[in-house]
Write a protein that binds this ligand. Structure first.
Ligand code: FES
Ligand code: FES
Length: 159
């Protein structure tokens, strides 16, 4: 067992965990943050994506102990109370989801991209940037619409 201290969505968390516990299991099972979804558990689907110190990470491929001392952001940390982040709002506006299983991971990936974007990428570039997040429902068209809207705002100074 190892003692870890992690900041999750701005809140300090400490816990004693099995050294082999995955970050996804820590977030979901220990902290109850079930917005982070687990699909393939092999690093392929991207549904478990979270931000660790601002960089996207597959929480199914990372140990909780590896996050010790880090700041982790999950989908639960995007909205400000009842107010959706601009990226969440864009997914809602553009109907960028159907079953929603892939959505938390996509939102975290796009949050990382939006933090660095200087100008709106082309739709082809957006598809390339989302290549690590699989969606079985939408055909991606409306997801790309949503990301285009969100990155347009981010490039213009929005969040
Ligand atoms: S559950 Fe982590 S990449 Fe699929
Ligand atoms: S909305 Fe169902 S997997 Fe993407």
């Amino acid at each position: 067992m190892v003692e870890i201290a992690v900041e999750v969505n701005g809140r300090a968390e400490t816990a004693e965990v099995d050294g082999r516990m995955l970050l996804s299991d820590f977030l979901r099972g220990v902290l109850g943050l079930t917005g982070t979804h687990v699909g393939c558990e092999h690093g392929y689907c991207g549904s478990c994506t979270v931000l660790v110190d601002g960089a996207s990470a597959r929480s199914c491929l990372m140990l909780a102990a590896q996050a010790n001392g880090s700041s982790v952001r999950t989908v639960e940390g995007l909205a400000d109370g009842e107010e959706l982040s601009s990226i969440q709002q864009a997914f809602k506006d553009c109907h960028g989801l159907q079953c929603g299983f892939c959505t938390p991971g996509l939102l975290m990936t796009v949050t990382e991209i939006a933090a660095e974007v200087a100008s709106t990428p082309s739709r082809h570039q957006i598809r390339e940037q989302l290549a690590g997040n699989l969606c079985r429902c939408t055909g991606y068209h409306q997801i790309v619409d949503a990301v285009e809207q969100a990155l347009d705002q981010a490039a213009g100074g929005g969040r």
